[in-house]
Design a protein around this ligand. Sequence first.
Ligand code: ADP
Length: 396
Amino acid sequence: MKILVLNAGSSSLKYQLISMPEWDVLSKWLVDKIAIEGTVIKHVWKEGKVEIAGNLENHSVALKKVLELLVDPTHWVLTSLEEIDAAGHRVVHGWEHFVNSSKIDDHAKIKIDELSELAPLHNPANLMGIYAVEEVLPNIPNIAVFDTSFHQTMEPSAYMYSIPYKYYEKYKVRRYGFHGTSHKYVSHRAAEMLDKDIKDMNIIVCHVGNGASVSAIKGGKVVDTSMGFTPLEGLTMGTRSGDLDPAIVAFLMRKENMTIEDIDHMLNKQSGVLGISGVSSDMRDIEDGHIAGKVQETLALEIYVNKIVKYIGSYTAILNWCDAVVLTAGTLENSAYIRKMIADKLTWLGIFLDESKNDFRWEERIISTPESKSVLMVVPTNEEYMIAKETYDLLK
Ligand code: ADP
């Protein structure tokens, strides 16, 4: 079954064409700057890659362009678009409504649209991707895979906030958690690598890239996760603040005459390591600055690492024991330096880093010593594979 996997952002579209169940990636694209001057399409297929510039005014025009390239005889990916059997879409917010991946019908589209209020940056873009496929490939089934679904196993004691209960009843204000597709893939893959049944394991997954979240997974089910009502809660991220005392919001609004929009922008776009360092949201710059002895970058890095370790500690307590701490996403797949900073603070858990195994990027690897009581490992995430698998399993 050939599955088109789509991850649509407000001005970008990422696609992969994957043949399942054998997980053969036939080609990948990134279309950047849709509806902005100077759209760029990067297309990588088995025998080559090409970069094309042009102005594409919306998502369906972008998809049409990509599909043209797919059947372009010089690229040798497909001979006909009829070969595409289904599309799997990443959808960020599924609320309590979508506990599992779901076939997209009119009702599902209305719900995803309604949920835009909770994920204004993501759900409308995800819907644009769905409409684009419906317009260009009207005969194939569309499946939505939600970032929130994997976390729907949390108990109310983990997902409720300590505010008046009526706001949950009225607006469903609660913790949802995000990056669920990644947490699911990585935890299952970790169990496979350790040759254990995930049902018998307690796993902590640290997904740390530009966005970042930690989850506690018991027997394959999420019992807690660090992101909340929105992806703002939890760890210190590239530009997002993560946890903070909510009283700061009212204090700054009064002192600085800030509006709700100003606060929202500050917490989402100007905070995190960018806000602390004043220099960059990219951990490569923060790490370089710290190594060069810069004070603000060092502070940003220390806060970033401490937050991760705090969550690992509290989730070990929640799980009662932790068999494996699994590191994934941009920062932890790539930075040996930050992995070591984290590992050095986990000796209380009986985790000891084998430094001879830590010098690498983007590989599946166990990096703790064999004597360690819990395993520390790196598993590069693969959300596209997981979306293709959910789509395949649902249609099969
Ligand atoms: P997103 O949350 O946007 O999906 P990714 O998981 O792709 O992000 O992570 C991107 C981030 O990973 C970059 O912004 C950077 O902070 C971090 N990163 C990537 N490579 C390295 C590296 N070699 N060292 C440290 N950090 C890195």
